[in-house]
Ligand binder design. Structure first.
Ligand SMILES: *[C@@H]1O[C@H](CO)[C@@H](O)[C@H](O)[C@H]1NC(C)=O
Ligand SMILES: *[C@@H]1O[C@H](CO)[C@@H](O)[C@H](O)[C@H]1NC(C)=O
Ligand SMILES: *[C@@H]1O[C@H](CO)[C@@H](O)[C@H](O)[C@H]1NC(C)=O
Length: 231
C-alpha cells in the first residue's frame, strides 16, 4: 500500500514537473521577425482606404533577421470598431499559406479583404501565425490601426448614371403622356363634329330630299336628269 502511494506521489510530481516544463516551452522568445502591411493606393501618413465590395489586396512583408527558418502558417483579420478594438464588426477570412520564411530573408504574401461596408473609419487588426521547427506558434501583429472604408468610385458613377437614365426615361414618358392627352380630346371633338356632315354627305342628303320632294310632282314636270335616272 505504502509503495503504491509513493509511486503515485512520484507520478503526480513528475506530471506536474512535465506540465511546468511544457508550459515554459510554449512561451518561447519571439523570433526576430519584422512585419509590414502595404495597402493599395495608400498615401503615406494618411489612413489607408479599403474599397467596399472590392478585393483589396494587402501586401504583407515578413523580414526574418533571425538565424533559423520559420513557417508562415496563416494570416487572420478582424474589422473592429475604431473606438473599441474589442468590438468585432466582422471576422475576416483566414488565409493559410504554410510557406517557409528563411533565415535572414524576406517573404511577401497577399492578404485580400473583400467586404461590403458603409463609408467610414473602422479598426483593422491583422495577425500572422508564425511557427518554428519545433511547431511553436508565434502570433505576430501585421496591422493594428484604423482604415477608411469608401464606396467604389466606379459604382457611384454608375448609380448616378442610372438615376440620370431613369430621369430621362421619366421625362420622355411624361412628354408622351402629355402628347397623348393633348391629342385624345381633339380626336373626340372631331368625331363629335362629323355628324354635322361633310360636304359630300350634305349633297347626298339634299339629293334624297329632292327625290322625295319630286315624288308628288307629276311625271312630265320632272326635269332633273338624276331623278329620272333613279326611276
Ligand atoms: C477617413 O475617414 C475619416 C472619417 O470619415 C475622415 O475624417 C478622414 O479624413 C478619412 N481619411 C482619409 C484618408 O480619407
Ligand atoms: C468572431 O469570432 C469570434 C471567435 O473567433 C466570435 O466569438 C465572434 O462572435 C465573431 N464575431 C463576429 C462578428 O462574427
Ligand atoms: C490593437 O490596438 C488596440 C487599440 O490601439 C489595442 O487595444 C489592442 O490591444 C491592439 N491589439 C493588438 C493585437 O496589438
Amino acid at each position: 500500500m505504502l509503495g503504491l502511494k509513493s509511486t503515485l506521489k512520484a507520478l503526480v510530481c513528475s506530471a506536474l514537473l512535465f506540465a511546468s516544463v511544457s508550459a515554459q516551452a510554449s512561451v518561447p522568445t519571439l523570433p526576430n521577425v519584422g512585419v509590414s502591411a502595404e495597402f493599395p493606393n495608400a498615401i503615406a501618413g494618411l489612413t489607408p482606404d479599403l474599397i467596399s465590395g472590392d478585393a483589396n489586396d494587402i501586401k504583407v512583408t515578413f523580414r526574418n533577421s533571425g538565424k533559423t527558418d520559420l513557417k508562415v502558417n496563416l494570416i487572420v483579420g478582424t474589422v473592429v470598431e475604431p473606438t473599441d478594438f474589442n468590438t468585432v464588426i466582422r471576422n475576416l477570412t483566414a488565409y493559410k499559406y504554410s510557406t517557409t520564411l528563411k533565415a535572414e530573408a524576406t517573404l511577401v504574401h497577399t492578404y485580400t479583404i473583400k467586404m461590403e461596408h458603409p463609408s467610414r473609419e473602422v479598426g483593422l487588426t491583422l495577425m500572422a501565425d508564425l511557427m518554428d521547427s519545433s511547431k511553436n506558434h508565434f502570433p505576430v501583429v501585421v496591422y493594428n490601426s484604423t482604415v477608411n472604408f469608401t464606396e467604389p468610385a466606379q459604382s457611384w458613377i454608375d448609380v448616378q448614371l442610372i438615376f440620370l437614365y431613369v430621369l430621362i426615361a421619366g421625362i420622355f414618358v411624361a412628354i408622351g403622356m402629355f402628347i397623348k392627352d393633348a391629342m385624345a380630346p381633339e380626336a373626340k371633338t372631331t368625331k363629335k363634329k362629323t355628324p354635322a356632315m361633310t360636304p359630300e354627305e350634305r349633297e347626298a342628303a339634299l339629293e334624297k330630299m329632292k327625290v322625295l320632294d319630286e315624288d308628288w310632282i307629276p311625271e312630265h314636270h320632272k326635269k332633273s336628269p338624276r331623278a329620272t335616272k333613279r326611276r
